[in-house]
Design a protein around this ligand. Structure first.
Ligand code: TYM
Length: 341
């Protein structure tokens, strides 16, 4: 679709979300949550626990409740201030479902058929995938556009969904002659940590659903477990090169270097300058120490917060009321534009 000029004039606003599907990991932290923390001081921010997205694949109800609170705990433990940013769970604001339905009628089958995440998640037997999994991206577009969000911090794996969101916004604006009613939200992807790879296979991304727990560092892992996983991470016998070009074809090594860079707010080149010529016998313990230093305070704070579910529920409830107040006038306008009585 051709890209029209984005002449949206509304305020800048950030929206993003994380699914409460368990095994929250370093990729989620570096690719998303850490960026949320930085953005809350720059713009109005809304951070959602997307429980409705989670049920596109089977979730045990009891686990889903616990995992929803776990994401809320992770947001706060990582440094998101619930007084500043809005933190809430998706199912508490019914506008997400209502707008998603309208977007199901705007998006085209062909667009959704191209989504690689559906293909990955549905696997070989597409006939058995839920319909919800197929229309997952229209719900995601609804999440963002219900708040007329202009900026969306995500990891690289969400890029295609963000492009679809822009296509839906464009088609809605054009077809209903609504002018620049919806913004064309900008993905905030760049930077170290946008694509953290599995510790067991440098060609696949670190993922909540990888059956091997050794493939990822969970935000709930203790210091010993983090160190053990890094020690066992797949690497090669070569020493580290001086430049990134020297890492060509060494996917696992490149991944560990970029994790180190992301955690220490340095560039990969800078990290290589320090460790050039060293083997993994030296580099891995340094990385483990850094990972423990950065992650342990978050893990400890998450545990503390999770011990007080009532506190977390209050944060979510208060956040939902704030979210609803922003969403309601937008949804009212959408209904009018569409022609609902
Ligand atoms: P989810 O729950 O899979 O992941 C949450 C965030 O973590 C990022 N991420 C990664 N970043 C770097 N390396 C990785 N290995 C890695 N794995 C995951 C994801 O890109 C994401 O930013 N569809 C979204 C949730 C969602 C959403 C939204 C996001 C629903 N509605 C609206 C933004 C705006 C998802 O499944 O994220």
């Amino acid at each position: 679709m051709s890209e029209p000029q984005n002449i949206y004039q509304g305020p800048e606003r950030v929206f993003s979300g994380v699914q409460p599907t368990g095994n929250l990991h370093l990729g989620n932290y570096l690719g998303a949550i850490r960026k949320f923390v930085a953005l809350q001081n720059e713009m109005e921010c809304i951070f959602c626990v997307v429980d409705m997205h989670a049920i596109t694949q089977w979730q045990d109800p009891k686990e889903l409740r616990a995992q929803t609170l776990e994401i809320a705990a992770a947001y706060v433990a990582a440094g998101i201030d619930p007084e500043k940013a809005v933190i809430f769970h998706q199912s508490a604001v019914s506008g997400h479902a209502e707008l998603a339905w309208i977007f199901n009628c705007v998006a085209r089958m062909g667009w959704l058929n191209r989504m690689t995440q559906f293909k990955d998640k549905a696997g070989k037997d597409k006939e058995r995938a839920s319909v919800g999994l197929f229309v997952y991206p229209s719900l995601m577009a609804a999440d963002i556009l219900l708040y007329k969000a202009t900026h969306v911090p995500v990891g690289e794996d969400q890029k295609q969904h963000l492009e679809l969101t822009r296509d839906i916004a464009t088609k809605f604006n054009n077809e209903f002659d609504a002018g620049p009613f919806f913004p064309l939200p900008e993905p905030l992807i760049k930077g170290a940590g946008a694509r953290v790879m599995s510790l067991r296979d440098g060609s696949s991304k670190m993922s909540k659903s990888d059956p091997s727990d050794l493939s990822r560092i969970n935000l709930t892992d203790d210091a010993d477990t983090i160190a053990k996983k890094i020690k066992k991470a797949r690497t090669d016998p070569e020493p580290l090169p001086e430049t990134m070009a020297g890492l060509e074809g060494r996917l696992e090594a490149e991944n560990l270097i970029s994790i180190y860079a992301a955690l220490s707010d340095r560039t990969s080149e800078d990290v290589l300058t320090e460790y050039a010529g060293q083997g993994f016998g030296v580099f891995k313990p340094a990385l483990a120490e850094l990972a423990v230093e950065k992650l342990s305070p978050i893990t400890a704070e998450m545990r503390k917060l999770q011990a007080d579910p009532a506190f977390l529920e209050t944060i979510l409830k208060t956040g939902a009321a704030r979210a609803e107040a922003i969403a309601t006038p937008v949804l009212d306008d959408v209904k009018r534009i569409v022609g609902f009585l």
